[in-house]
Design a protein around this ligand. Structure first.
Ligand code: SER
Length: 320
């Protein structure tokens, strides 16, 4: 890959992935796009940036021609909680955005497309512990519906057109650069910010809610390792389970209390509880481990230490 386009560079994962890919492939070879949120100075000053609404195919063609793009990473999506409030918006952004990316990549003979999927592809009938790679995909959220369709579409483009499409099922992603927005797993990020700022947090899911989670450095590693994997060794394409850790909110709060002993947590579950309850506790990622050598580095306590350090420093500087 010589020139990569990242759609959704202003989001939680996109903002960090863009900078990481710029380090590897060169600043000018990684073109960032965002819809309307103002990009950070870091993003703007480190390489090209274009405003782009993910569903506009003509504009996508124009950008791809302008920069001679040969790979697209599509990080733009409406996540689970916003998707339940605005299902048609989730369908529009997630599906029309994706099909235009796949069509442009096919028409322009691109080298690769990366489309992330999510644990949201699973549903209440899916086995909850160590959820297999191949299993029941009957999600109950619009976000999940679009992610299942996205996996199927990705695999269809591989089989039907020989396009190199790859994707991985992200668990909840925890990070300290850009806040997530509109997801169910957002509590696992907000809790750290509130612990530093106010030493207390009110969580919108119950104490015993257990979900698969991953720290951003592992998320970046998983994404880039999959992008760089040898295509001929992949048996799966758009749907790799990737695991790192699995914890309840109570365990997360206990991990924070090791470093902030007077941290307090309360629980006021809302509509997001049902979404969390429909997702697995943990996933079996042996296909990712076998096919492209996936191996996470962070566990709950090492992540907590790092999150509190980074967010604590930002707080001291008055940045948050
Ligand atoms: N973090 C996402 C969400 O909560 C799951 O992929 O919607």
């Amino acid at each position: 890959m010589k020139k990569i386009l990242i759609i959704g560079s202003v989001g939680q994962i996109g903002s960090e992935l863009t900078l990481e890919l710029r380090k590897i492939y060169g600043n000018d070879n990684v073109v960032a796009t965002g819809r309307k949120t103002k990009p950070s100075e870091k993003l703007l000053n480190s390489g090209p940036f274009e405003f782009f609404d993910t569903t506009g195919k003509e504009k996508l063609i124009e950008i791809c021609k302008k920069y001679k793009i040969d790979a697209i990473v599509n990080m733009a999506a409406i996540l689970s909680a916003t998707g339940e409030e605005k299902p048609m918006l989730a369908w529009h952004v997630n599906m029309n955005g994706l099909i235009s990316v796949l069509e442009v990549a096919r028409e322009m003979n691109m080298e690769q497309v990366l489309v992330p999927s999510s644990i949201a592809v699973f549903g209440p009938e899916t086995p909850v512990d160590n959820t297999p790679q191949e299993t029941i995909l009957r999600p109950t959220t619009m976000y999940g519906v679009t992610k299942v369709a996205g996996e199927l579409l990705g695999d269809y483009y591989v089989r039907r057109f020989g396009l190199d499409v790859r994707g991985l099922r992200y668990p909840g992603i925890i990070s300290n650069e850009t806040l997530p927005g509109g997801g169910t797993t957002d509590y696992a990020v907000a809790i750290y910010y509130e612990a530093i700022k106010h030493k207390k947090y009110t969580c919108f899911v119950k104490e015993d809610t257990r979900l698969p989670m991953m720290y951003m450095p592992d998320c970046l590693k998983a994404t880039i390792d999959l992008m760089q994997a040898d295509f001929s060794k992949l048996k799966h394409h758009s749907d790799f389970n990737v695991g790192a850790m699995s914890f309840t909110v109570g365990e997360l709060a206990d991990s924070i209390k090791k470093y902030i002993p007077d941290f307090e947590i309360k629980y006021e579950p809302d509509f997001r509880q049902a979404i969390a309850d429909s997702w697995p506790n943990s996933v079996d990622d042996s296909a990712a481990r076998e096919e492209w050598g996936w191996k996470p580095s962070y566990d709950l306590d090492s992540m907590t230490q790092d999150m509190l350090k980074v967010i604590g420093e930002k707080h001291k500087k008055g940045l948050i």
